[in-house]
Design a binder for this molecule. Sequence first.
Ligand code: ZN
Length: 84
Amino acid sequence: MQGPEATGPFCQSCGMPLRQPEDYGTEADGLMAEDYCRFCFQSGMFTAPDLSMQGMIDRSPDIPDRSRIIPALKRWQEKKPAGR
Ligand SMILES: [Zn+2]
């Protein structure tokens, strides 16, 4: 039992469940973006590239555990400030 994350693919930006092909975003070449939903990622770019992790948490009221799930998603893991 891993919790809700184990139930299926989620957008790695906002945590939205990705259940159908049309839920997914698109890569620059028009192919399906496997990691992100269509609201977050279109044509190979984030729709809100300047959005912070906290901003994403604040704008995702539909996801009950967002404050726990979102920081664990791939988009925010990669942006960790690593002592620059
Ligand atoms: Zn998303």
